[in-house]
Ligand binder design. Structure first.
Ligand SMILES: [Fe+2]
Length: 257
């Protein structure tokens, strides 16, 4: 099973789709949908309205998914499980997002959200830090993380690109288009992935990422004591400053609805 897509309601579908296509590197898939190069029908679904997150969709074979269903989480989240629609991949093109890597949600009660994901969705716990609970649905370190946010909103959506160079060139392309990173480039602790974070014109936080760690059943679940940074640090490299103020405002923009 894998993370397929996130469905959002945005104030301006056309403007948002144009950004995701022309700047971010996705490909239009019709009806407000955009896809990456992987063989998935779409990875971002847009509909017109007051900004909100509508659902997170996972896909897999019939054996993996069983009955297609929609599951409601404890904070109004909607998790959809669908059988994978056979879709031809697009030609691999340097720097274009391949697929979604993960979604992070702000939770009023992140511990309860984690419990729900493990007990009701069947996901596995990978790591806990002081702020985040990381869960996985396959060998990738996390497909969802729950942040202690004191609210139930979208924290960010991460798009997987080919390698560290693609993350860096993506940051450059965004700068060329007038978007400066709000965090990154850097390398995370849990998941060990390289990142660059931006606020899109739709007002939500989006991330280019690569090199997310693959883990097995023997992965030792880390706790807050295992993931401590020295004062002033927020990642492994320490080359970028996190724009906490802008990020905090953008993390309020997409509540569950
Ligand atoms: Fe992320």
């Amino acid at each position: 099973m894998k993370l397929q897509s996130v469905e959002l309601r945005v104030a301006d579908v056309e403007k948002t789709a144009e950004f995701f296509e022309k700047v971010w590197g996705l490909t239009r898939a019709g009806h407000g949908k955009l896809r990456g190069t992987a063989g998935l029908p779409y990875i971002i679904g847009l509909e017109q309205g007051t900004p909100s997150i509508r659902s997170i969709t996972f896909c897999g074979s019939r054996a993996e998914i069983g009955k297609e269903r929609e599951v409601k989480g404890p904070e109004g989240e909607t998790y959809r499980f669908v059988v994978e629609t056979p879709t031809a991949p697009l030609p691999t093109e340097r720097d274009r997002p391949i697929q979604l890597s993960h979604v992070v949600l702000n939770s009023a009660d992140a511990a309860a959200a984690e419990r729900f994901a493990v007990e009701k969705l069947g996901f596995k716990l990978s790591d806990r830090t002081r702020h985040m609970h990381f869960v996985r649905c396959n060998r990738t370190h996390h497909c969802i993380a729950y942040a202690r946010g004191g609210m139930s909103t979208l924290n960010h959506i991460a798009f997987e690109v080919a390698d560290i160079d693609a993350v860096m060139r993506g940051i450059g392309r965004m700068r060329d288009a007038g978007f400066t990173p709000v965090w990154g480039p850097g390398r995370h602790g849990p998941g060990n992935n390289v990142f660059g974070y931006f606020i899109g014109p739709h007002g939500g936080v989006i991330e280019y990422t690569s090199e997310v760690q693959e883990v097995g059943d023997d992965y030792k679940v880390g706790g807050p004591e295992d993931w401590k940074w020295p004062p002033g640090r927020t990642d492994q490299w320490g080359v970028s400053i996190r724009d906490n103020e802008r990020i905090a405002a953008a993390e309020r923009a997409y509540p569950w609805q």
